[in-house]
Design a protein around this ligand. Structure first.
Ligand code: SF4
Ligand code: SF4
Length: 540
């Protein structure tokens, strides 16, 4: 019951914080990765084990493997070494992590999470640590430390909220990424990350949907969009010579509420006559390799440029997804680029040159749509969304990872008359994570997820009570998958949807039949006046 989880009692740690003992229990931990997935991905130490086992069956030389791995990464990643050295323990980040706020576990403070690995760094890689050990803040690397890393690095969603508040710019998400990479070296990984990654290698998407299944799903969605609008809607698949390759997270074509966002995309593309194709090979924009290691991220990401080249498109458009955009925006160009065979993206409808995508050649669907609206290219009837009182959750990666703050709001303010912001310290750069990103959106750790998502849910509750908000919009596939559970627990009565779902509702398409339902099949709102409180759209 919510009353039970909300009993959060911040207590100072008992005993020495350096004691690494952790208790693994169901609800608060993720299960280990299945051996078959490690084998498939070529990762070491494939075996049957669980975090609750006393013997984790580590390789005999596990300690040397970890220390060698640290040495290698300290040399390779300047940020890693800097983050190990420059923290002054000011505590500015301490109460900024949603996992700390929701659990009161002191080791969920970002500074403490980083200290788990920093203490080992001090002991083995600094002169004072080698000479004075624990007196210099060093800590021996033991099997219990490995278990503690596993527990806390899989209790961080790599959301980077803490980094916004650090005066030194320390990014604890990157430290978590390093921790997970090191754990990978000795075969300590979780199944909810490696199974989707293995599926991606096999079939191009996280769920392992094969090309004919992909085609069926896309055709089905096109049929539904046609039924709602009365128009012929066809979706080209693997079409060589198209101008644009459209890549989306696979959840858009196999899960709800994501699916309604897909309907919105298809209607938009039909209305503007976009010359595009989707791909059965690049059928996943998401990248669970990102939650495992840099190398895995690179291997999974490569298919997007490869497919763009094979199909001979000019540039790439990407759908509503979270970490997909952090990978595309921050890493793809240098990891698998430069994509010199592509052109600088230009909107075929408005002529806008997307200068910021000059290097990656990839544009976010919200940037693309906002530009269409800005140039008056879309006929919109926001009254069709009057049954929704809308708020917007800034998904961590598009917000903090690429600075996409205004475009979704611009669209929402044109497709809805009832848009209300959550409190300002919970949105934009300061947005609170859903609590289930970075591969933690599984069922076995539900208590951790509900605790981690508590600050976000609390802000939703505020706008529900103040404005009657009944729809939380977002542009991340993981959010769309996990926020419904979170809200059902903490704020029943608030649904979750995508920005392009509302766009699809409001879009008045040329020659369409009179619509009677929204994209969910619910009766279409026709009210003349906004429902609920005063709309911010009125002031836009
Ligand atoms: S805010 Fe930065 S410098 Fe201060 S304790 Fe946190 S990580 Fe260290
Ligand atoms: S990156 Fe996010 S989840 Fe990880 S420590 Fe920072 S605030 Fe917490």
């Amino acid at each position: 019951m919510p009353e039970k989880l909300v009993q959060i009692e911040p207590k100072p740690p008992r005993g020495d914080w350096r004691n690494p003992k952790v208790e693994f229990r169901k609800g608060a931990m993720c299960y280990s990765a299945a051996a078959k997935n490690l084998t498939y991905l070529g990762l070491p130490n494939a075996r049957a084990w669980q975090p609750t086992d006393s013997d984790w069956k580590l390789p005999p030389d596990w300690k040397q493997i970890i220390l060698n791995g640290m040495k290698d990464r300290l040399g390779k990643y300047r940020s890693f070494r800097l983050f190990m050295d420059i923290c002054v323990r000011c505590g500015a980040c301490a109460d900024k992590c949603h996992f700390y706020l929701g659990s009161a576990d002191p080791k969920n403070m970002p500074v403490a999470r980083a200290e788990l690995i920093r203490s080992v760094y001090r002991r083995y890689f600094t002169l004072t640590g080698r000479l004075f050990g624990s007196l210099a803040g060093g800590r021996e690397l033991t099997e219990d430390v490995i278990k503690e890393w596993f527990y806390y690095f899989y209790q961080c969603t790599e959301c980077r909220r803490c980094s916004v508040f650090c005066p030194y710019g320390i990014d604890t998400a990157e430290i978590t990424m390093m921790g997970r990479e090191l754990l990978n070296l000795i075969g300590c990984n979780i199944n909810w990350v490696l199974e989707p990654a293995a599926n991606c290698f096999r079939t191009g998407n996280h769920l392992g949907i094969q090309p004919h299944g992909f085609k069926d799903s896309i055709d089905f969605a096109a049929g539904e969009a046609a039924e709602i609008t009365g128009l012929d809607i066809e979706v080209p698949i693997n079409r060589k010579g198209a101008e644009i390759l459209f890549v989306m997270p696979s959840a858009d074509y196999f899960a709800t509420p994501h699916y309604y966002t897909l309907l919105g995309y298809l209607m938009l593309f039909r209305e503007i006559g976009l010359d595009y194709t989707v791909s059965a090979y690049a059928s996943e924009g998401g990248n669970f390799g990102f939650f495992s290691s840099h190398e895995m991220m690179k291997r999974l990401n490569a298919k997007i440029y490869d497919e763009a080249k094979r199909l001979g498109v000019k540039w790439i458009l990407g759908g509503e997804c979270g970490h997909m955009w952090r990978v595309l925006h921050q890493y793809m160009d240098t990891m698998n680029g430069p994509a010199d065979f592509l052109e600088v993206p230009v909107s075929p409808v408005t002529g806008t040159v997307f200068e910021h995508a000059r290097s990656t050649k990839m544009v976010h669907i919200c940037e693309f749509t906002a530009d269409l609206i800005h140039h008056g290219k879309l006929k919109l009837d926001p009254r069709r969304n009057d049954h929704w009182n809308v708020t917007y959750h800034d998904s961590c990666n598009p917000a903090r990872g690429m600075g996409l703050l205004e475009e979704p709001r611009y669209i929402l303010n044109h497709v809805s008359r009832n848009f209300h912001e959550m409190p300002e310290n919970t949105i934009r750069e300061q947005t609170f994570c859903c609590g289930s990103g970075a591969g933690l959106g599984t069922d076995e750790n539900l208590e951790t997820r509900l605790r981690g998502g508590f600050p976000r849910a609390n802000a939703v509750k505020y706008v529900k009570q103040k404005y009657g908000v009944n729809l939380l919009t977002c542009i991340c596939a993981i959010d769309k998958a996990t926020l419904p559970t979170l809200l059902e627990y903490w704020v029943p009565g608030v649904e979750v949807g995508g920005v392009h779902e509302l766009l699809g509702n409001a879009l008045v398409m040329t020659g369409e039949k009179e619509r009677t339902t929204d994209l969910r099949g619910e009766p279409l709102a026709t009210a003349e006046a906004p429902v609920g409180g005063e709309s911010e759209a009125a002031h836009a």
